[in-house]
Design a protein around this ligand. Structure first.
Ligand code: SF4
Length: 761
């Protein structure tokens, strides 16, 4: 079984001295001999190992949790380098799901900005209110860490960083008031909370305060559960969600509960592979595998007996667990907690609590109302004045384009909610699953919803297009479920013999199948048709979405991609895909070198290039669609220079379209036609778009001319400078602009004026 989750230690020390910490306060002392900061040579080898493992097993996503000690002690350079190396090593088709688990002490705006840029979500350890947190989570001098942690969580709750907020990790202490702990955590509006049982074994049993009853941990968690249910489950709680799922026959969500095989390995700062960190609680050296990234592959680690034991489900449990009526939900508890006298062949030291917890949740499951699908996030984040000024000039750096992308994602979500609301379907399992995944694995849902053609489908559906069937909702749910890797089953329509998983690819089943049950995780999902035929990602009929570099997809499979003005290409043969990838690499390098002020925003917002059919007259063809943020469609031109030009040109339309979705720039009721750029007269909206695109076109030829690319570049620069200058005047004097539209015209003028004085003219 492949490994898909990696806990990567980037620093081996901590700036807190929590007395319940399994790294420094338990039996294992391996940390003493390891480098404090992970060295570059280890990082490079780790990335190579993960990359080769992903390629060998055809993984479509790997999760890397940056961990410690306290990972933020490693400093920003290590994070930047780690992500660079990992991204470079992974195959194009494999996504990188990045998280960091921190105590929050050092989390500041600069770190948040870095994590935003690198795409890292942040989980913070917090044990509840101040009294609860101070019980263990203190500095070595006894000082409280609570104020710093609240400050860190406060940062993550700010609108600009909210999307980075991964959740809170709370270690249970039954001496704390469960209601006070719950309230303190709920006040921080986390997307998810993990309640962790303190690490213990039969040889070092957990604290059981006198008078606290026979099952104090179950009682404590059930009290929290009561409050959580009463509040309508305001955030995901993995412990509860996992038990609820296993009670309904679905796979569990946690290494600590259920029978799902564990596909996780820990990478220490010296490059050694270890099993789960929790094993540090058992005995000195318990997590060791004796293997390291320099000498051993991840396949070899996966075959280690300790790893295999944690992957063997029911068979790997003690006889008592195998005979236990709640074993499917409990799974014998966390592996480390079973340790006694040299063996893990025992029930958990928390056995009585786990049994009471599962029984308690099962008893309540019949009584509690399953919540309606929670409303998806309908609020769109705004643009700052500085960002609007930047966009007005035709530009838009990484942060600005990220803000546009977030705003577009919110709009897509609103439209999807409208699709569901107007569907007339009383209960949609696909919608409910999307809502559930959104609470537990929001990154998986975001990754699917952010695909450009999801909104294109929603727009068709809302406009009453009979060809935009509701089956797409099931495809979206299935793609999100596969990305989340929870094993949810989703029935997906098979249209004309083809099953689509948006953002992942398509399965060409042929035959007469009308639907298939898609189930399974990231690496091993299957599609089972009514006739019992089974296919999956290892099948020759699977056509994955391929990438051409910079993480950008070459979209030649999505059935919704035909929203562009020109006919799209069908699935490209391997040789044509490789030509695209080669040309794109050259075009991307050219833009980085000659037009970095445009390239930085382009690489942030462009997610998809859709191949168009070439025109028979040889003219270049390209397009952007208002309902498909992040996509440009292009017929592969002759030469990387033209491809680079078409990329920046079309992405200008993408940016301006996203601005127009939230701001009024001109009077939409103005019916006059304006003549510019030697084109047929066109309405004010088209004039605005043409000006905006040609700011980039002129900048492109100016940069090429300055870069010594010959008389042709100078001549094109002069040509487009003149036309753009005239068109900006026409726009500014049109009388159709709103105050913000005038600001955009002023911004365009500020970009054009220096060109009029430039020597290339
Ligand atoms: S409740 Fe106890 S016996 Fe049952 S599965 Fe869990 S640990 Fe094993």
């Amino acid at each position: 079984m492949p490994i898909t989750q990696f806990v990567l230690k980037v620093h081996s020390r901590c700036d807190l001295a929590c007395d319940h910490c399994y790294v420094y306060e338990h039996a294992d002392t391996g940390w003493r001999s390891r480098p404090r900061v992970v060295p570059e040579a280890v990082l490079a080898r780790v990335a190579e190992r993960i990359g080769e493992h992903a390629a060998a097993h055809g993984l479509t996503v790997v999760r890397v949790v940056l961990h410690g000690g306290e990972p933020l002690l490693a400093g920003p350079t290590v994070f930047r380098r780690t992500v660079e190396l990992l991204r470079a090593a992974l195959p194009e088709v494999c996504e990188l799901d990045l998280r960091v688990h921190t105590n929050g002490i050092r989390l500041d705006a600069a770190y948040c900005e870095l994590f935003d840029k690198l795409g890292v979500r942040v989980g913070i350890s917090l044990d509840g209110d101040r009294a609860a947190n101070d019980r263990h989570r203190r500095f070595a001098n006894g000082r409280s860490s609570h104020p710093q942690v609240l400050r860190a969580v406060g940062l993550l709750r700010e609108p600009r960083f909210r999307h980075l907020y991964g959740g809170l990790l709370c270690t249970v202490d039954v001496a704390n008031d469960p209601v006070a702990v719950y309230r303190a955590l709920a006040e921080l509006e986390p997307p998810a909370v993990d309640f962790l049982l303190p690490h213990a074994t039969w040889e070092h049993p957990p604290e059981r305060p006198p008078g606290a009853g026979a099952v104090p941990y179950a009682d404590w968690l059930l009290t929290v559960h009561e409050r959580w249910e009463a509040d309508g489950r305001p955030f995901a709680v993995r412990t509860f969600d996992s038990v609820h799922r296993t009670l309904s026959g679905l796979p569990g969500l946690s290494e600590a509960l259920g029978l799902e095989p564990v596909d996780l390995v820990v990478l220490e700062t010296d490059g050694t592979y270890e099993q789960a960190d929790s094993l540090k609680t058992a005995y000195d050296g318990a997590p060791a595998t004796g293997m390291d990234v320099f000498r051993h592959s991840l396949d070899e680690v996966a075959g280690h007996p300790g790893m295999a034991a944690r992957q063997s489900g029911l068979e790997g449990l003690s006889a008592q667990c195998r005979a236990c009526p709640v074993v499917r939900s409990c799974g014998g508890g966390l592996y480390a907690h079973r340790y006694r006298e040299g063996s893990f062949d025992h029930p958990s030291v928390y056995c009585a609590d786990l049994r009471a917890l599962v029984d308690g949740l099962a008893a309540r499951a019949g009584a509690v109302r399953r919540p309606a699908a929670p409303p998806l996030d309908l609020a769109g984040p705004g643009l700052t004045d500085e960002q609007l000024d930047e966009l007005a000039m035709g530009l838009g750096g990484a942060e600005t384009v990220r803000a546009l992308a977030r705003s577009q994602l919110a709009l897509t979500r609103t439209m999807l909610a409208a699709v569901h609301g107007s569907s007339g379907v009383a209960r949609s399992e696909a919608w409910e699953l999307l809502a559930e995944l959104d609470a537990v694995e929001p990154a998986a849902v975001d990754a699917v919803f952010a695909h450009p053609y999801v909104r294109a489908w929603a727009a068709r559906r809302l406009s009453g297009d009979p060809g935009a069937g509701l089956g797409t909702l099931a495809e979206l749910a299935a793609a999100a479920a596969v990305r989340a890797g929870r094993g949810d089953g989703v029935v997906v329509p098979v249209r004309d013999g083809v099953l689509h998983l948006p953002t992942l690819g398509r399965l060409v089943l042929g035959g007469g199948a009308r639907e298939a049950l898609v189930t399974g995780g990231r690496t091993a999902w299957t599609a089972r048709t009514e006739g019992g035929a089974v296919a999956g990602p290892g099948d020759a009929r699977w056509q994955p979405l391929r990438r051409i570099g910079r993480g950008i997809a070459l979209e030649d499979v999505d059935p919704q991609r035909g929203v562009h003005r020109w006919p799209v290409e069908e699935r490209l043969a391997g040789a044509e895909y490789r030509r695209w990838a080669g040309d794109f690499r050259e075009a991307a390098d050219l833009l980085d070198r000659d037009l970095p002020e445009y390239a930085v925003g382009l690489w942030e917002g462009l997610t998809t290039v859709t191949p168009l059919q070439r025109r028979s007259d040889g003219h270049d063809v390209s397009s952007a669609a208002r309902q498909a943020f992040g996509a440009v469609a292009i017929a592969r031109p002759r030469g990387a220079e033209t491809l680079a030009l078409l990329l920046v040109h079309e992405f200008q339309h993408v940016k301006l379209g996203a601005v127009l979705d939230r701001e009024e720039l001109y009077d939409r009721g103005d019916t006059r036609l304006f003549e510019a750029f030697g084109l047929t007269p066109r309405p004010i909206g088209s004039l605005f778009q043409a000006v905006y695109a040609h700011l980039a076109v002129t900048a492109f030829w100016g940069a090429r001319a300055r870069g010594g690319r010959g008389e042709q570049a100078r001549s094109k620069f002069r040509h487009w400078r003149t036309l753009t200058d005239e068109a900006v005047d026409l726009l500014a004097d049109s009388g159709a602009l709103t105050p913000l539209g005038k600001r955009f015209a002023d911004g365009a003028r500020a970009s054009v004026d220096p060109w009029l004085r430039s020597i290339e003219g």
